[in-house]
Design a protein around this ligand. Structure first.
Ligand SMILES: NC(=O)c1ccc[n+]([C@@H]2O[C@H](COP(=O)([O-])OP(=O)(O)OC[C@H]3O[C@@H](n4cnc5c(N)ncnc54)[C@H](O)[C@@H]3O)[C@@H](O)[C@H]2O)c1
Length: 345
């Protein structure tokens, strides 16, 4: 059986994931939806697809599909995922599933009601599969996850990449303490959290937005093993036992591995990693860390996508609602749609 896939959102990330889906022998990219006509036309040509629509709802009404990939901006995820699930399709949705626990819960509930799978595209998980195997059912005793970037980011968009590995390795948190500071009234700054998991494991999370470059590190100890993973390069690392390196971990194409996993779950009707239920737990942990650090989550700026950017061209701090920087005119490649448009399903 060929799995027929419809894709909503063929922007930067959408094209990457569409290519990962199209590369699989048993998957046919069958339909596309994007509000941006020119992007839609370019993607339709690349994937040889005639069924191309502005809206996801039109795509669902017009084409038989087994699964939908929701790769639109964050604010559209909840409504689009629920619409696709209610139309009887399995859903892979980009991270974050939503900004709040309640919205994420609504998505997980919709998947349960529909009897369909929903998976969140936290691709870092696929660089940690070997580590998970090494520590087995009991998990590690101690985990540390670190995520550093040179710029702050709005809400938990970035931080979420560092909470997901902790949840994947150790499960639910029993107790969280954290220190942190907002970098200004709307942006997360630096955060350090210590976590006691229900499993008994202890964890530490560090996220910094004033670093000299992007880095993501994951370390775990337990059962006589040490695992060091550089998630900046997708899961490359090493395993030590008895003071010696016993295994070198090769980098993983996490986007390809994630797509294969999702399609296998669709084919075999098996629950995916990073399911709707997992997503609820990850969002709870994310918000608990922010609460413990004393962050006040700001309201979304009305009528805006609510995504603050540092322009790569001139460094100006602007709310993205245009295709280019209003200060210097640098092309942002479309990190930008008005909220009204994004909220269309
Ligand atoms: N996992 C990762 O590491 C990773 C990396 C980058 C982006 N992302 C996530 O991927 C998502 C998309 O980000 P991006 O960088 O591709 O953004 P983007 O702005 O480049 O692309 C989004 C696309 O969606 C389209 N769109 C917007 N609203 C729509 C709607 N209602 N219906 C149909 N199409 C709509 C836009 O026209 C655009 O082509 C975001 O949620 C982002 O957080 C994840």
């Amino acid at each position: 059986m060929t799995i027929r896939v419809g894709i909503a959102g063929v922007g930067h990330r959408g094209i990457q994931l569409a290519r990962a889906a199209a590369a699989l022998d048993d998957v046919a990219v069958t339909a596309l939806a994007d509000l941006d006509e020119s992007r839609l036309a370019v993607a339709a040509r690349e994937f040889g697809v005639d069924a191309a629509f502005p809206l996801l709802s039109q795509m669902l009404d017009s084409v038989e599909l087994d699964a939908v990939l929701v790769l639109t901006p964050d604010l559209a995820h909840k409504d689009q995922a629920i619409t696709a699930l209610e139309a009887g399709r399995h859903v892979l949705v980009e991270k974050p599933p939503a900004y709040t626990v309640a919205d994420t819960q609504a998505m997980a509930d919709a998947a349960d009601r529909a009897g369909k799978h929903m998976m969140v595209a936290w691709n870092r998980t696929f660089g940690l599969l070997r580590a998970k195997e090494i520590f087995g059912e009991t998990g590690p005793d101690v985990v540390m996850a670190d995520y550093a970037r040179p710029n702050p980011a709005y809400l938990s968009l970035v931080r979420i990449h560092v909470v997901n590995p902790l949840h994947f390795m150790c499960g639910r948190a029993a107790e969280i303490r954290a220190h942190g500071e907002m970098s200004d009234e709307t942006q997360e700054g630096n955060v350090v959290a210590s976590i006691r998991f229900e499993s008994g494991a202890l964890g530490q999370m560090t996220a910094s937005h004033g670093s000299g470059g992007r880095s993501e590190r994951f370390t775990a100890y337990g059962g006589g093993y040490s695992v060091f993973i550089d998630n900046t390069s997708s899961g490359a690392g090493r395993v030590l036992r008895g003071g010696k390196v016993v295994e070198e971990l090769e980098p993983v194409d996490t986007v390809a591995a994630q797509m294969r996993h999702f399609m296998d779950c669709v084919r075999n009707d098996t629950p995916p990693l990073n399911s709707g239920r997992d997503a609820v737990e990850i969002m709870k942990m994310t918000h608990a860390i922010m609460d413990a650090a004393g962050f006040v989550v700001p309201d979304m700026p009305e009528g805006r996508r609510g995504w603050l950017l540092w322009c790569g061209g001139c460094g100006a701090k602007v709310i993205a609602d245009a295709a280019s920087c209003p200060e210097c005119g640098a092309d942002w490649g479309g990190w930008s749609m008005s909220r009204q448009k994004i909220m269309q399903v």
